[in-house]
Design a protein around this ligand. Sequence first.
Ligand code: SF4
Length: 380
Amino acid sequence: MTDPIQHPSLHVHVDETVTPKPASRRNRPVSIYDLSLEQLQDRLAVLEAPAFRARQIFDWTYDKKVTSYAAMANVPAGLRASLDESLPFATMKPVREVVSDNGNTYKLLYETFDGQFVETVLMLYRDRATVCVSCQVGCAVGCAFCATGIGGLMRNLTAGEMVQQTVDAARRATELGRTLTNLVMMGMGEPLQNYVDTMRFIGIIHDPRGLNFGARRITISTSGVVPRIDALAAEPYQVNLAVSLHAPTDNLRSQLAPINKRYPIAELMAACDRYIAATGRRISFEYALMNGVNSSDQIARDLGQLLRGRLCHVNVIPFNPVEMLEFERPDPAGIERFAEVLRSTGIPTTVRYSRGVEIAAACGQLRAQHERLEPETISM
Ligand code: SF4
């Protein structure tokens, strides 16, 4: 195995906190997007409305994807008014949309009810449309190369806030003549450190009576929260798992992703093995490739040796430049060489360029940019 590379950027931001601060739920509004169909029926019962209204409201919300109760033409006006008063339709306000030059990447910035900012990205490909959903405001993991981790964790997002991101992206895709086909939880935050709401979120969007989003089209990405990988393996949802690895040795990985100090590589690999054995599903290992940090031939060989024999695939993701950090993307030849050396060890490998460098589409960048802008410079 290789000694860690001593790169100056590795010391820019190392936060050893890996446990989110307890998220205060006090005063946090519940929206229509937080409720299962059964919970909505219970709410309607309190308003003395019949249960079938819940199906109608679900249909307007998830099939027609309206943006207010006012649009629900077959729901009585009195009930719409009561719902407006007691159950906000949505709790996040879109404040900015940025589109890439070629029109295939849309980044949406929301303001939450408590004045936080959250990002969602819609990526259009030839054969699919994918939304990248955020699950936290900020993140406690503090990866050295990530804009989101710089400010630490502000709070967990609710299931409803994640559902809203998804429904809005599905509506936007429709407006663009496309259908939302895939969802990745690779936006701001660590989904497995917001486990309960992440699972509630998946339950709501998966419900065939609502959005009917297939679990196999959902990918949850983790920095390596070992106990929650085991928990995920026991869930009924057949979601895909992506593990952000970024380095094959503990020394280097601990510098890039401090969570490695709590769950070192041997424990992480054992959890991945248990996950594969329990689910029969392949794991994707994500590898942010940074020039001179984790990009050498020897590191590629070490990575191949670490992963050999596992049901897995590696996505090499050339680093997306972040203006607040000093890491660099390798040149195209360096990227291809790393992937080739890894492939030569027998590991299926794909190079995936992250979308929308010019629109700050790397996780946390638009939010960070926005918070440095004067409000009057922000446009929809
Ligand atoms: S890369 Fe992911 S886990 Fe790491 S700090 Fe950023 S959002 Fe958190």
